[in-house]
Design a protein around this ligand. Sequence first.
Ligand SMILES: Nc1nc2c(c(=O)[nH]1)N[C@H]1C(S)=C(S)[C@@H](COP(=O)(O)OP(=O)(O)OC[C@H]3O[C@@H](n4cnc5c(N)ncnc54)[C@H](O)[C@@H]3O)O[C@H]1N2
Ligand code: MOO
Length: 405
Amino acid sequence: MKQNLTVEDALELVLQAARPLQDIEHLPLAASYGAVLGADLVSKVDHPSISDTAVDGYACLEADTRSASLGNPVRLEVIGQSPAGKPYVGRVRPGEAVQVFTGAPIPDGADAVIRVEDTLREGDFVWLMKPASRADIRPKGADLVQGQAYLHKGDLLTPGRVGLAAAMGYATLPVIRRPRVGILSTGDEVVEPGEPLPYGGVYNSNSYSVAGLVAEAGGEPVILPKISDDVESLRTQLRRAGQLDLLITTGGVSMGAYDIVRQLLEREGEILFWKVRIQPGGPLLFATWNGLPLMGLPGNPVSAMVTFLLFGRPLLFRLLGRTDPPYSRLRAIADTPFEANPTRRAYRRAVLRWVDDRYRVATTGNQSSAVLRSMAVGNALVVLEAGRSAQQGEAVEVIPFPGAW
Ligand SMILES: Nc1nc2c(c(=O)[nH]1)N[C@H]1C(S)=C(S)[C@@H](COP(=O)(O)OP(=O)(O)OC[C@H]3O[C@@H](n4cnc5c(N)ncnc54)[C@H](O)[C@@H]3O)O[C@H]1N2
Ligand code: MOO
């Protein structure tokens, strides 16, 4: 078992253990937001399917209209009209125009459009106060060309991409099955919210904060009944867990005699690493149990969330084959000092804001790993290398919480 790894080395071991899922499901468009595309998609159509007008006005021959001005308008005969979806049958000849509405096909013969506000209608004739423009024609295939791939395997299905898939002619989309992620809280003192809190008890928050993070990363959280601090109930729960792609436990990975996750895995699984040089989250454990990747998040509520972001989220992205980075980074000016840890990379909870053309970041206050409020008030982590505190006014590296920015 490796111990006391850097973030980079630990992440490499995590990603090595994650085998991208191959199972494809077909989802209706409206159910596909947030899923990950399982295949490249080529457009079934050209868009526009035929050259059409970008404006309401009159289609005509550009050459007829070059001299048109307010003082010297040009008169054309209106020979018909074409609403969107209804082509004008026939040809536009010199001296003629067809009234068109945005999205309508450009009639044969016409090569330009004059906007309605630059015209004056008089019975079967129209006066043009300006030359007609070729730029207001959207050429066939300007947006999409039939047979060309515009969406790719591994793309997250954002609203824009779902809309694009619809425009390309797809009613259902091939997506990667969501990874099923078991979430198991451990600890004798941990009590379900809603139950009376006994002396020394603490409500189970980890199962719910981590379930939210799993769902946000594209996984399907499966909250398992919490277990007490004994190896036998952990083993039983693991066997019952059913078909999972990843198991996340919280608690029980530190030094205490009741640290059952570590004990069980030392005997029955393979621990790939234990402890990473970070704060919070130092005692993170990563293992496999009967081929199942198992991430043992530390029990402190902040530690559980931060380690999920740094390791669990990249692991889920790998299972899903997502090609976008699991989180972003930026630099911001520190509005408060941030204290480093002397020996570990520190992730301080902070509030990130955009003020006067700059990102600015301020501490959420008490940085104890037990203060879950910091994750609710905060929307970002300030990253400090070991021993490198930041003074007020200094530029610092920031990881915004996914979904909060
Ligand atoms: N002698 C040492 N003690 C500790 C060390 C150490 O290096 N030497 N590391 C500390 C660090 S850092 C962390 S983080 C914790 C992690 O410990 P465990 O993963 O074993 O977690 P527990 O002991 O089970 O719980 C820690 C803390 O979190 C609360 N908790 C646990 N589960 C939940 C839950 N589902 N919802 C809400 N709160 C939960 C629990 O009550 C404890 O207060 O170890 C330090 N100790
Ligand atoms: O790593 Mo612990 O998570 O510092 O509290």
